[in-house]
Every structure is written in structure tokens, then in C-alpha cells.
Design a protein around this ligand. Structure first.
Ligand SMILES: [Zn+2]
Length: 259
């Protein structure tokens, strides 16, 4: 039994590795074709990178700092991978105003990583994206919160329930409102989903998903609507980033994003 080809075990192994090699080869051809269409770039700054579209070296360092800053502010809520500043602001803006899927993909992955880190596993909850008003949805063409929630759902193994609440008031751009005005504007903006029957509410914790946590006003308003829809507290909040409001207390916050 010196010739490996005569040994059925080895033959199987070599056939298996041939098909594995073929699969690898095809995958690399597919990647090559894709990279011809879309050269890999950093999802945060758009600069070209070698290999997969991950943050470039300088964005990666900045992201690590903002990840650590967000840990410093936790708990209590929200569950957020990043502080909303610098390169994370750029990522959120790319995702939201340019519909950049690489930025959404990266932020969604990091949100799922944060859920895993605090041991929220499949079967322990379900995701509810903060809805946009239909007028705003028509304008933008997509709901950034829903886009993030879909990525988180796939990565974290959690189901998505986008119809549980709806937005009935268009509060317009909130970027120029101060905390109190924002809270008042958003307080009555959400209602339970129209067609929702109590028995359709899934088990586990509702996890509200949004792009940025600012004052907590949106989350508070959504909580009320979710409870009216039959969700049982605690209702958790997961965002891609959180603003640090302590440094801006009482003043207008023109740097905060609107919905
Ligand atoms: Zn970069």
C-alpha cells in the first residue's frame, strides 16, 4: 500500500480536496470579477484597501477608540457598538444619505458583535426597526434602521418584525431642535401596527433598532407603542452609534442627526 491512489480513503480525500480546490478557485474568480466592478474600499472613508472591504488602518484605529468610548458610557442603554463621532459619523452619513451598503454592512456587523458580546443569543429576542414616516420613506427610498436590522438579524440569528409599530407623524428634520422640543415632537409619532393581533407578537425581548441614539426620545416613544402592540418589557434598544449628550447638556445640539 505504497501508492496512495490505490487506497480508497486517500482517493476520497484527494477527490474531496479537488472539489474544494475547484470551489476555492471559482470563489476567487467570482471575487475577482466583483472587484473589477467594485474595487475594495474602506467603508468609513472610501479609500481603497487591499483585500476585503474592511476599514483602512487609520479608520480602524479611530473605530477602536469609539468602540471603547461607547463601553465607558454603558450601561444602561442603548446597546451601541460606537460613540457617534468622527469616522462613525461618516459611516452613518454614508449609510443614510448615500445609501452606502458597505457602510450599512459594517455597522450592522458591529451591532451583531455587540449583541453577541452581551450574550443575546438566537431565540432570546426579535428585532423591530424604528419605522420612518411613509413620506420620508418615499423621499429616501429605504429605511436605514430596517436595513441595519436585516443585517443584524442575519448575523445574530434574530427574527425581524418590522410591522409592530408605525410612524404616524412626520416630525420633519429634528437636527435643529433642542432636546425638549425633539422629545415633544416625537412623543406621539408612533402607534402600534395597524394589522397586529396580540397572538402575533413573538416571544423574547423586543429589541428596537435605530441608527443613532441621541436623546432617547425616539426609543421612549417607540416603547410606548410597542407595549401597546403587546410587547412585554424590558424592551431593549440597539443602535449603530450613540451620541454623548452629557457634554452638550441643555444646549441646542445642531450636530445631532435627524431621522
Ligand atoms: Zn478608512
Amino acid at each position: 500500500m505504497t501508492d496512495g491512489a490505490d487506497h480508497p480513503g486517500i482517493d476520497l480525500v484527494s477527490r474531496a480536496s479537488t472539489s474544494a480546490l475547484l470551489a476555492q478557485r471559482l470563489a476567487s474568480i467570482a471575487r475577482g470579477a466583483l472587484s473589477l466592478l467594485l474595487p475594495p474600499s474602506c467603508p468609513a472613508c472610501g479609500r481603497g484597501v487591499e483585500g476585503p472591504p474592511l476599514p483602512c488602518r487609520s479608520c480602524d484605529a479611530a473605530l477602536r477608540l469609539l468602540w471603547n468610548e461607547a463601553r465607558r458610557l454603558e450601561p444602561p442603554e442603548p446597546i451601541s457598538p460606537f460613540l457617534y463621532a468622527g469616522v462613525v459619523k461618516d459611516l452613518v452619513r454614508r449609510m443614510k444619505y448615500r445609501g452606502d451598503r458597505a457602510a450599512a454592512g459594517f455597522l450592522g456587523e458591529m451591532m451583531a458583535a455587540r449583541l453577541r458580546a452581551i450574550r443575546i443569543e438566537p431565540g432570546q429576542g426579535f428585532l423591530v426597526p424604528v419605522p420612518l414616516h411613509p413620506t420620508r420613506l418615499r423621499e429616501r427610498g429605504f429605511n436605514q434602521a430596517e436595513r441595519l436590522a436585516r443585517i443584524v438579524g442575519r448575523r445574530a440569528g434574530l427574527p425581524l418584525f418590522p410591522g409592530l409599530i408605525r410612524r404616524v407623524r412626520w416630525t420633519g428634520s429634528q437636527t435643529v431642535l433642542d432636546t425638549e422640543k425633539r422629545r415633544a415632537a416625537v412623543a406621539s409619532a408612533f402607534r402600534p401596527g395597524k394589522t397586529l393581533a396580540r397572538r402575533t407578537v413573538p416571544r423574547g425581548s423586543a429589541i428596537l433598532v435605530d441608527d443613532v441614539w441621541t436623546t432617547g426620545a425616539t426609543a421612549q416613544a417607540c416603547r410606548g407603542a410597542l407595549e401597546a402592540a403587546g410587547c412585554v418589557p424590558p424592551i431593549l434598544v440597539l443602535t449603530a452609534a450613540r451620541a454623548e449628550l452629557a457634554r452638550e447638556s441643555g444646549s441646542d445640539s445642531p450636530s445631532l442627526p435627524g431621522d
